[in-house]
Each structure stands twice: as structure tokens, then as C-alpha cells.
Design a protein around this ligand. Structure first.
Ligand SMILES: [Zn+2]
Length: 373
């Protein structure tokens, strides 16, 4: 059974009409899943419940939670910035998204199943700081729940941005291996996620970062993933996996400078599913995340569900949904198959060299602590 977390109330997590984190992308994703016939005996749709204060306190400080509850801008807590403005109902909306991931983790503990919270993946939130559109760190909250039963949890993050909040929360924890592939912090928010951020104290060697060059595409992502991630699964032997599946790596995304296609993205997701089956009994908690082109996110998230169900990806989008999309967004959705982006020869050479240096350096750093590669 696959538990799919979605609520129409996710629409309330809304920073305003000019903000890129548009909640309509989740509604469009769920409608596409429905229209494709994916909500059936194999996929159980669950209406999430809001996270309670005791659950939020597993990661967040009481002072920070109280500040979100007050719904008044307070930059000391990162609330009210351009990225993460305060809106009426921010506390309720934020704890509903978090509640989905927490409940999904409890289902995995109880039933050895897998789950997908399309509204989750808010990986930039810190214990007492909102950041980068994220208020409560639902991946970290879910990991805390999974740790009640599973000794080792692997967190993998393929969002275009570094999963800095989750990394920081488990930076000294050897039972949680965090792995993030993202556009290098040299070029992109949050400016972290370099190869020398490797954990500290008992957690030394349990944070792994693969900063990708600008314009990296499917080929570079595939190479980076295959050279690093399967070995980490082998070595760490996770008992459960949490995956942040933001799709802002897409070439059309307005916030990043990466060149992934949907095919490249779904290949990575498929590999995460395979590795989780091989090493962790299929206990996968998939979470949404970034993705700021409304044409891409619904198709990407609906594809994730197909892959979790073990189905081939559809070759076209259902006409009823296309019409619905066009009426709402006033554009055509992405045509399938997605195009392959070609960069110039010089750029390709620069990307390849930068990536080789990164991967070599990363392997050396990790090997200084544990013999993994
Ligand atoms: Zn992102």
C-alpha cells in the first residue's frame, strides 16, 4: 500500500500571488493523479492532521513555535522576510504540511509501507528559524519519528537547493546519514552544501554533499548519483529512507540554473526507489519540495507516484486535465516527452571538469573518516 498525503487545505500555505511557492501546483498534481486513475486500491489517499506542539518540539524550539503561532513578523526567527513572509493562518497551514510527513512516518513504522506527502519537503527550516519558504522542517520531523523504530535513517535530497535545515538538525547524529545533490552554493541559495560539510562530533562523516555545477543536466546528475549514492546505501545500510524530491532542477525552473529534464528527474527517483527496496525493505517516505514552473511540478509528482506504484510512465497527459490546467494557468502544460537540453562544447567541458574535481574531492573527504569508496 502507498499512502498519499494531500489536502485541499494545503492551498492555505500561500505566501501571496507574487510568490513563487504557488500552492496551486499541489492541487494540479493531485488532480492529475486522480485523472490518471492513480487513486485506487493501491494508493490510499490520506487527509493529513495538523502536527501537535509536542511533535513540532522534536525539532523546533518552543519560542520559535510560539512566534509562528503569533503570526506576526519577527526577523529574529526568519519570519517576515521576502522569502518567507507571514500570512494569516501561517501556523495552521504550516503544521498541516508537517503533520502529513509525521503521520506518514508513523504509517511506515506500523506497516512497513511507503508514503508520499506531496506538500512536504520543507528542508530549509531550522530549529528556530524559518527560511527559504519553509516554516517547519517536516523531513526532519519525520526522521525523528522514524528513529523511534529504525536505528539508521538515510535522507536523500535531490532538490535544486541544498537541504541545509535537515543537514544541520542531524549534523552530529551518526544514525541519520544526510545526502544532498544540489546546485553549488557558489551560485545559489542557501550558499551552503560544500563537500567539506561532512558532519561533526559523533556525526562526523554522516553528512554528504554533492554540489553540482551550473548547467549540470541529466548526464552529470546521473554520474554524480551513481558514483556516490549506491555506495553510501551499501555502507550505511539504512532501515528507512526519506527522499526530498523537489523538481527545481528542471531546465525551465525560474529559480535555478540547472538543466535536468523530467526524464533525468524520474530516473533519479526510480534509482532511489530501487535502492530503498534493495537495502531498506522499500520503506520510503517521499516528500515534495521545490519546483517553480507550474507546467513541470504536477507532471513530476504524478510521475513519482507512478514509479512508487511500479508502473511505466504515461506517454501523454489526460486531455481533461490539460484543459483544466490551461483554464487555470492560461498556458499549455509541458508536452511529453520532455526535450533534451544541449549545452555548448566549452560549457560541457567546464561542467565535466568541475564535477570530476567535486566527486574526487568528496570521495577523499569521506574516505578520511570511513572507508566508503
Ligand atoms: Zn529548491
Amino acid at each position: 500500500m502507498i499512502y498519499l498525503y494531500y489536502s485541499e487545505k494545503f492551498q492555505a500555505y500561500n505566501f501571496g500571488p507574487e510568490h513563487p511557492f504557488n500552492p496551486a501546483r499541489l492541487m494540479l498534481a493531485y488532480k492529475l493523479m486522480e485523472e490518471e486513475g492513480q487513486i485506487d486500491d493501491l494508493t490510499c489517499k490520506v487527509e493529513p492532521k495538523p502536527a501537535g506542539e509536542a511533535d513540532l518540539e522534536r525539532v523546533h524550539t518552543p519560542e520559535y513555535i510560539a512566534s509562528v503561532q503569533a503570526e506576526v513578523p519577527d526577523l529574529a526567527f526568519g519570519l517576515g522576510s521576502d522569502d518567507t513572509p507571514v500570512f494569516p493562518g501561517i501556523y495552521e497551514a504550516s503544521r498541516l504540511l508537517a503533520g502529513g510527513s509525521i503521520d506518514a512516518a508513523r504509517r511506515i513504522i506500523a506497516e512497513d509501507c511507503c508514503a508520499f506527502n506531496i506538500g512536504g519537503g520543507l528542508h530549509h527550516a531550522m530549529p528556530s528559524q524559518a527560511a527559504g519558504f519553509c516554516v517547519f522542517d517536516d523531513p526532519a520531523l519525520a526522521i525523528c519519528v522514524l528513529k523511534e523504530r529504525f536505528k539508521r535513517v538515510l535522507y536523500i535530497d535531490i532538490d535544486g537547493h541544498h537541504g541545509d535545515g535537515v543537514q544541520q538538525i542531524f549534523y552530529e547524529d551518526p544514525d541519520v546519514l544526510t545526502v544532498s545533490l544540489h546546485e553549488s552554493g557558489l551560485y545559489l541559495f542557501p550558499g551552503t552544501g560544500f563537500i567539506d560539510e561532512i558532519g561533526s562530533g559523533r556525526g562526523l562523516g554522516y553528512s554528504v554533499n554533492i554540489p553540482m555545477p551550473m548547467y549540470a543536466g541529466d548526464e552529470e546528475y546521473r554520474r554524480a548519483f551513481e558514483e556516490i549514492v549506491p555506495r553510501l546505501f551499501d555502507w550505511f545500510r539504512p532501515l528507512a529512507v526519506v527522499a526530498q524530491l523537489g523538481v527545481d532542477t528542471h531546465y525551465s525552473d525560474p529559480l535555478t540554473t540547472l538543466n535536468m529534464t523530467l526524464a533525468g528527474y524520474t530516473d533519479l527517483v526510480q534509482r532511489i526507489i530501487e535502492l530503498t527496496r534493495l537495502h531498506a525493505g522499500g520503506r520510503l517516505l517521499a516528500l515534495g519540495g521545490g519546483g517553480y514552473n507550474m507546467e513541470v511540478v504536477p507532471v513530476a509528482f504524478a510521475s513519482v507516484l507512478h514509479l512508487m506504484r511500479g508502473e511505466p510512465l504515461p506517454e501523454y497527459l489526460p486531455p481533461y486535465w490539460v484543459e483544466f490546467f490551461m483554464n487555470l494557468v492560461e498556458r499549455e502544460p509541458l508536452a511529453l516527452p520532455d526535450i533534451e537540453i544541449k549545452v555548448g562544447a566549452e560549457t560541457k567541458k567546464r561542467i565535466t571538469t568541475e564535477l570530476e574535481v567535486t566527486l574526487q574531492g568528496l570521495k577523499e573527504k569521506v574516505n578520511e573518516i570511513h572507508k566508503v569508496f
